[in-house]
Every structure is written in C-alpha cells, then in structure tokens.
Design a protein around this ligand. Structure first.
Ligand code: DX5
Ligand code: ZN
Length: 219
C-alpha cells in the first residue's frame, strides 16, 4: 500500500487539541493514532472511548486506536461505537488472540495485532491470515519521545516476508521513535504506516514536520 503517516496525539497539547488536529489534517494527515493506556498493561494512563468520540466529532480522518490495556475484550465495542476505524490489540494482553481479532472485525473495524519489542514476529504465524495489519512496537509501549530500538528494522523485514505467503494484503505499521531521519529506511524495510508522536506534535511547527517526513518517505 501507499505509505501513510499516523500522527500520535499523545504528544499533542490537549488544551488545544482541536487546533492541533485541524493543522495536521490541513497539512495532509489522513489518519490519527490514538494511544489508550490503562496504567496496568503499561505504566501510564491516557484516555478512553470518550476521547475517541470527541475526536470523531471534529474530524473525518481514519482513527487508529492502539489499545494498551489489560482485558481488551471488555472494551472493543465501546471503542468501535465511539468512532474508531482501526483497533489494534496486543498479542501480550490476551490468551485468545484469534477470538479478539474476530471481535474487532465483527465490531466493524480493521483489526491490528501489536507486538512488543521483545516479542518475536514468529509468534504471529497463525494469526496473520486473520489480521488486517500488524503494529510493530519499536519502543516499549507507555510513553512518547523514546529512542527507536534498532532491531525493529529486521522484524519489519521478516514480517514482510512472512506476509507474502500468509496474507499478501496485510499492512505493517510501526510505532515508536520514528521521524524524518529513519522513516525512509523503514519504508525500504517494508513499513506501510508510520506512527509519529514526538517528531510531529513535539516539533515547533507540526505541519512542517509532517510534510518533511512525508517527503522523506516518498523520496
Ligand atoms: C507509545 C505509543 C506511541 C507513541 C509514539 O507507547 O504507543 O504511539 O505516541 O510516540 P513517539 O513517536 O514520540 O515515539
Ligand atoms: Zn501507539
């Protein structure tokens, strides 16, 4: 698929979130990444379905909801009803991944499976035919602004190879420490969707940072 950048609002200023969203979508962003954290699965707390609903009310772009929560089964429908388009669930957060992926699809969303940096891509073998996308964490989940973990590049390459046989329509998203300096290299490794928090919303001019990253990826 054509590459897409998913600005993560985790690094945005929530006191002026409407302006932030307007500026970044005007710059060409056609999706937003929303990080849901519960203080249990990850050591940080962000927001729940209400935030997704409020975002839905101010924009039509794809809402990519990354669930970093324990017992995700309990909340899938709530996020879908709130306006999520894509929902990704952690391999590490459930004993019944196949059931959970189907639950996301039945709720009308594209279903993504996320793996943490220490989880090998090989564990995805049996779920790949059922998933719409895989989200590879390139930092330990919980916080924005962390350093990119270099071994993630090899994981993307391996996953790209695996998907050729098991699910050619699968797309690969990567999340954590991504910016204009490594995005092009990651595109070459097989990444389709680039989550960017600090490198976009942490910049003085997020719209300019977004455009720069886009041109790097397409260069
Ligand atoms: C981290 C989140 C990321 C975060 C990425 O747990 O899943 O989506 O926003 O932020 P950056 O791009 O700053 O690493
Ligand atoms: Zn995320």
């Amino acid at each position: 698929m054509d590459p897409r950048i998913a600005p993560s609002i985790l690094s945005a200023d929530f006191s002026k979130i409407k302006d932030e969203v307007k500026a970044i979508t005007a710059a060409g962003a056609d999706m937003l990444h929303l990080d849901v954290m519960d203080g249990h699965f990850v050591p940080n707390i962000t927001f729940g379905p209400k935030m997704v609903k409020d975002m839905r009310s101010i924009t039509d772009v794809t809402l990519d909801v990354h669930l970093m929560i324990s017992e995700p089964e309990k909340y899938v429908e709530k996020f879908a009803k709130s306006g999520a388009d894509w929902i990704s669930v952690h391999y590490e957060a459930t004993d019944h991944l196949n059931r959970l992926v189907n639950q996301v699809k039945d709720a009308g969303c594209k279903a993504g499976v996320v793996i943490n940096p220490a989880t090998p891509v090989e564990v995805l073998n049996e779920i790949l035919p059922f998933a719409d996308f895989v989200l590879l964490m390139s930092v330990n989940p919980g916080f924005g602004g962390q350093k990119f973990i270099g071994t993630s590049v090899q994981k993307a390459k391996k996953l790209k190879q695996m998907s050729k046989d098991l699910n050619p329509a699968l797309f690969i998203e990567m999340d954590g420490g991504i910016g204009p300096d490594n995005a092009k290299m990651l595109r070459t490794a097989g990444v389709d969707v680039f989550v960017a928090g600090n490198s976009v919303f942490g910049a003085n001019d997020p719209a300019a940072a977004f455009r720069k990253m886009k041109s790097e990826i397409n260069s």
